[in-house]
Design a binder for this molecule. Structure first.
Ligand code: 5RP
Length: 228
């Protein structure tokens, strides 16, 4: 049976959670394992409060008895644990494969620390093979997507069966294949300047640490010079 490297990385990250912390819960199949482990630790007496980045993670946390608070009750978080679709050695990320990029970015940006959990397939030299998710408002989405395409990608509106996929925020997601992103900060800036773009999945200068699980059972911890 092959090793569950997502679980390996996620459970390592949960070791960083200490009593009294306010924790952001990520979204996706790797974050799932972190939430599961946190639930176990809460049942064993760990005292934390949490906020979730998606309805799915909120439901999972509730089922496991992780105390959830609303955003009005706290100013910031100590730590967020979340997955990524791609990460590079500077801890620039592509996120949003699960469609939760906007909530994930709000939560991670308001956290003292963001730990990324991933399997080794997510660690890349250059971002861009994974289509970059860009959340756009439904109004005039055709025009917004045409502007995004001018940046050098092939945007495809995400679907859910016959229907267009809608994020938890009621927006569409354009998945934009760039192949190789030369400068993530420049692209982020250009995307942010397009009216109709709500948020994009480039996370730059947000992650502090990545815990990468490997098939050989080892774990690689990546930090940036920023955090060294
Ligand atoms: O950004 C995300 C959801 O919006 C996820 O964290 C990302 O897609 C990674 O997911 P997984 O751990 O399932 O590979």
């Amino acid at each position: 049976m092959s090793l569950n490297v997502k679980q390996l990385a996620a459970e390592k990250a949960v070791e960083y959670v200490k009593d009294g912390m306010k924790v952001g819960l990520g979204t996706g199949s790797t974050a799932y394992w972190a939430i599961r482990k946190l639930g176990q630790r809460v049942q064993e007496g760990l005292n934390i409060t949490a906020v979730a980045t998606s309805r799915a993670s909120e439901d999972q946390a509730r089922e496991l008895g992780i105390p959830l608070v609303s955003f009005g009750d706290i100013d910031s978080l100590d730590l967020t644990i979340d997955g990524a679709d791609e990460l590079d050695s500077e801890l620039q990320l592509i996120k949003g494969g699960g469609g939760a990029l906007l909530r994930e970015k709000i939560v991670a940006s308001n956290s003292g620390r963001m730990i990324v959990v991933a399997d080794e397939s997510k660690a890349v030299a250059v971002l861009g093979k994974f289509p970059l998710p860009v959340e756009v408002v439904p109004f005039a989405w055709e025009w917004t997507v045409a502007e995004i395409a001018k940046l050098g990608c092939k945007p495809e509106l995400r679907r859910s069966g016959e229907e267009l996929y809608k994020s938890d925020n009621g927006n569409y997601i354009a998945d934009c294949r760039f192949e190789a992103i030369e400068s993530a900060p420049e692209l982020a800036n250009a995307l942010q300047n397009i009216p109709g773009v709500v948020e994009h999945g480039l996370f730059i200068g947000i992650a502090d640490l990545a815990i990468v699980g490997k098939q050989d059972g080892s774990i690689e911890v990546i930090t940036t010079r920023r955090n060294a």
